[in-house]
Design a binder for this molecule. Structure first.
Ligand code: KG4
Ligand code: ZN
Length: 365
C-alpha cells in the first residue's frame, strides 16, 4: 500500500480525510481538510426508527446502517466536491459502540481503502468527541499552542468519562461512571416520565417549566474521587413518581402517570442533580491537574443547564481561570467530522491500520 506523504510547507495540498462513523444510531460520513476545515458533514439519523422502542434496537441499527452507508459516503464526497484521488486517508470509528453497527462502517472504509489504495485509520469514538473542538477553527486556539494539558469531559448515551489529555493521543482516564452513563440516565428518566426518546432534549425542554430545587437527590459515596454514578438518582426519580401514585411500567410500555405527578419539577430536579455533579467533579479535576482548559463533548454537552453550571462553577471556584469549551450543538452529538479531526492527528503520527482491523466494542482510554 502506498502511503501519501504528509503535507509539507511546500505542499499546498491539504491532508484530506474521509471519515466514517457508525458506532450507534447515526450513519455519518464527512470530508475534513487539515483537521479543521469541514468540507462536508452528512448525518443520517435513525431516531425515528428507534423512537417506537424507546431506545436503540441494535439489530435494526445495523440494518439501517447497511442501507444508508453507501449513499451517505457518496453524499459526503459530492458535498465536499472531493475526488477519490484527493483523499489522503480514510478514518473510521473502530469502537466503542454496538458491534453490528461498527462493522458496517469499518467494512465500508476497508472497501474504499482496498479499491483506492488508501491508508486506513481506526479511530476511538471517544477521542472523536474530544477532537470535535478542533473543527472549524474552534476556540481551542485560545488555549495556546500547544493547548495541553487539557481536561475532557465526555458525556454521551454510552459514556461519562473524565480524561486528562497530555498531548495528541496521550490520555489518562481520571474517572468514569460506575453504572449508567449520563445520557443513558437522561433517556431512562425521560421514559419513566413519559417524555419519549431521545430523553436528553425532552428532559431539557420539560425542565424549563419546572423547579430544579424541589427534589434533592443524594449522591452515593464512591471509592475514586472523579467517578460518577447516576443509577441511584434515576431510581430516586422512580420512587418519587410512585410516591405520587404513578407507575413507570417496564420495557417500552408507556408509564401511567396521574396528573398529580410533578413531571416538570422532577425533570428539572433530575437535570440539576446530574449537571451539578458533573460540573463540580470536572472543575475539581481541572484544578487538581492544572489544565489549560476543559473540553466538553458528547450528546449531553448540548444541555444548556450543564453548560451554564460548568461555566459558573469554573468561574466561581477556580483559583486560576480556565475556559470551558463546548462544541457547536451540531457537533455535540455523533458525527463523522470529529472522527476526521481525530483521524488527522493519528495520520500525522503515522498510525496505519491493516485491512484485518477488527471492531473494538468496549474500547476505552
Ligand atoms: O454522543 P451521542 O450522540 O451518542 C452516543 O455516543 O451515545 O449522545 C446521545 C445522548 C443521548 O443519551 C441523548 O439523550 C443525550 O445524548 N442528549 C442530551 C441532550 N441532547 C442529547 N442529554 C441532555 N440534554 C440534551 N440537550
Ligand atoms: Zn458519541
Amino acid at each position: 500500500m502506498t502511503i501519501p506523504k504528509a503535507a509539507s510547507p511546500g505542499d499546498v495540498r491539504p491532508v484530506r480525510i474521509l471519515a466514517i462513523e457508525t458506532s450507534c444510531d447515526e450513519t455519518a460520513a464527512a470530508v475534513v481538510d487539515d483537521a479543521s476545515h469541514v468540507r462536508s458533514n452528512v448525518v443520517a439519523s435513525q431516531i425515528e426508527l428507534h423512537q417506537q422502542y424507546g431506545g436503540v434496537f441494535p439489530e435494526m441499527a445495523s440494518r439501517a446502517h447497511i442501507e444508508a452507508i453507501a449513499p451517505v459516503i457518496q453524499r459526503a464526497m459530492d458535498n465536499a466536491n472531493a475526488t477519490w484521488e484527493s483523499l489522503s486517508a480514510v478514518a473510521v470509528t473502530k469502537g466503542p459502540g454496538l458491534p453490528g453497527s461498527l462493522v458496517v462502517g469499518v467494512n465500508a472504509a476497508k472497501g474504499i481503502c482496498l479499491a483506492r489504495d488508501l491508508p486506513l485509520i481506526g479511530v476511538n469514538h471517544l477521542e472523536g468527541h474530544i477532537y470535535s473542538h478542533w473543527l472549524n477553527d474552534g476556540p481551542i486556539a485560545r488555549l495556546g499552542d500547544p493547548p495541553f494539558p487539557l481536561l475532557a469531559l465526555i458525556v454521551s448515551g454510552g459514556h461519562t468519562e473524565l480524561v486528562l489529555v497530555r498531548d495528541h493521543g496521550d490520555y489518562e482516564l481520571l474517572g468514569h461512571t460506575v453504572d449508567d452513563a449520563a445520557g443513558e440516565a437522561f433517556d431512562k428518566v425521560a421514559r419513566m416520565l413519559g417524555l419519549g426518546y431521545p430523553g436528553g432534549p425532552a428532559i431539557e425542554r420539560t425542565a424549563r417549566n419546572g423547579n430544579p430545587y424541589r427534589f434533592k437527590f443524594s449522591r452515593p459515596r464512591l471509592d475514586k474521587p472523579f467517578n460518577f454514578s447516576f443509577s441511584g438518582t434515576k431510581t430516586a426519580v422512580m420512587y418519587a413518581i410512585r410516591d405520587f401514585g404513578g407507575s413507570v411500567g417496564s420495557g417500552s410500555d408507556a408509564p401511567r402517570l396521574p396528573a398529580r405527578v410533578p413531571v416538570t419539577d422532577l425533570a428539572a430536579s433530575f437535570q440539576e442533580s446530574v449537571a451539578g455533579w458533573l460540573a463540580e467533579k470536572t472543575v475539581q479535576a481541572a484544578e487538581t491537574y492544572a489544565v489549560k482548559g476543559i473540553l466538553v463533548g458528547g450528546g449531553v454537552s448540548a444541555n444548556q443547564a450543564l453548560r451554564e453550571r460548568l461555566s459558573a462553577v469554573a468561574g466561581a471556584r477556580s483559583s486560576r481561570s480556565f475556559p470551558v469549551l463546548f462544541p457547536p450543538l451540531a457537533l455535540c452529538t455523533d458525527n463523522a467530522a470529529m472522527i476526521g479531526a481525530a483521524g488527522h492527528f493519528a495520520y500525522q503520527r503515522g498510525v496505519r491500520d491493516g485491512l484485518d482491523m477488527d471492531v473494538l466494542p468496549d474500547l476505552g482510554f
